[in-house]
Design a binder for this molecule. Sequence first.
Ligand code: PMP
Ligand code: GLN
Length: 398
Amino acid sequence: MTTPWQRTADGANLLGPDGSLGVTIFEEITTLANRHQAINLGQGFPDEDGPAELSRMAQEAIAGGQNQYAPGKGILELRQAVADHQERFYGLIPDPDTEIVITTGATEAIAAAILALTGPGDEVLTFEPFYDSYGAMIGLSGASHTTVPLLAPDFMPDLAALENSFSQRTKMVIVNNPHNPTGAVFPEAVLTEVVRLAVKYDAVILTDEVYEHLTFGPRHIPVATLPGAAERTLTISSAGKTFSFTGWKVGWISGPADLVAAARTVKQFLSYSSGTPFQTAIAAGLRMDESFFTGAAATLRRKRDILSEGLRAAGLDVLTSHGTYFINADTAALGITDATALARRLPELIGVAAIPVAVFCHPEGAQRTRSLLRFAFCKREEVLEQAAGRLATLKDKL
Ligand code: PMP
Ligand code: GLN
C-alpha cells in the first residue's frame, strides 16, 4: 500500500493503493494458490463452515420469502441481538434504533465511517501495519494518513511515538484490536493512551474489533468500555470471523447516535441495505451460549500452535500471535530480504500461500517488515499439518 488511489496514465481507470487494477493482493495470492493447488494460508477465511443451525436458518429464511430489502439500518431482530451481545459481553447498552447500524461486512462499516467523518485537510491515524481497507478508504476520503509503527517482536506501539503522531488536524484514530496482520492484542495501557489522546485532540475513535472473540490468552478490551471513550467511539464488528461465515458479509457499527447517523447516511448510498436472509441467522448466532464463543477461540488456539510449530521447524522466526486468524513469521532467518517476491513464488515453490506483511504498510514500514510473511491458521488441523510438512521443504528449495 504505497500511495492512495491514483488514475492510470491515460486517466481511464483507477488503481488501488497497491497499484493493482481491481484485484487486491489477497485475491492475487488466492488465484496463485488455486493455480498451483497450494494450501492457501493467505487470504483469511476458514476452510470449514460455521454452525450448521445458522446455515439452516439462512436457508429457511430464503425458502420462507425473506428475500427483499431489509431496512437500511438492518432488521430490528439483528440490531437488538447486537445490542444484547454488547451488554452480555461488555456491559455496554447501545440503543438498537439509533446506536447500531448493520452493514455489508466490516468492510462497508469501515468505508462508511471513514467517508462520513473525514475529508481533505483531516489526518487519520492508524497503527502500521494496518488492514488494507483503512489506507484505501482514507485515500478515497481525501484525508491524509499518518501511522505509528508496531514494532516486532510483540508489535506494541511506542507510546511517545503515538503521542507525537497526533496533531490538531487528527480527526480520527483507527484501532484494530485484535490486530490483523500481526495477531497483537492491545493491553489496557495502550488503549487508555489512545483514548486520552483522542480526548485531548478531540478525535473520533474508530475501533475494528472483528476478531473480538478470537484471542488466545489476553482478554479482549473493547475501546468503548474505557472511561471517556464511549461518546467518541464507533465500534465495528462482523459475523464473518466469529461465526466462520466470511462470505455472508454481515457486519455492524455501534456507538453514539450522532456518529452512527453519519455512518448510516453514507451506508445508504454505498449499498442501501444488507443481505436480508443472513440477518436473522446472525441474530441467532449472537445469542448462542458463551461456550460457543470460548470454544471457537480454543479451537483456533490449537490451530495456531500447530502452524507455529511448523513454521519454527521450517527454520523461520515465529512472532507470537495472541489473537485473530493470523501469525507472522520472519523469513530473514532463511536469508530472505523480499518476502513480497517470495510470497508470489511460494505457491509454486512449495505448495503453500502466504501474504507479505509489507502490503499492510507505507514505504518506510514496508522496509521494516520486508522479510515478514503472514500465515492464516483458520484451517483444519490436518491441513495445517500438511502445510507444515511442505514448509519444511522451503530451506532446500530456495
Ligand atoms: N477488518 C479486519 C481487521 C479484517 O481482518 C477483516 C477481514 N479479514 C475485515 C475488517 C473485513 O471484514 P468483513 O469480511 O466482515 O467485511
Ligand atoms: N480480511 C481478509 C484478510 O485479511 C481478506 C479480505 C480480503 O480479501 N480483502 O485476509
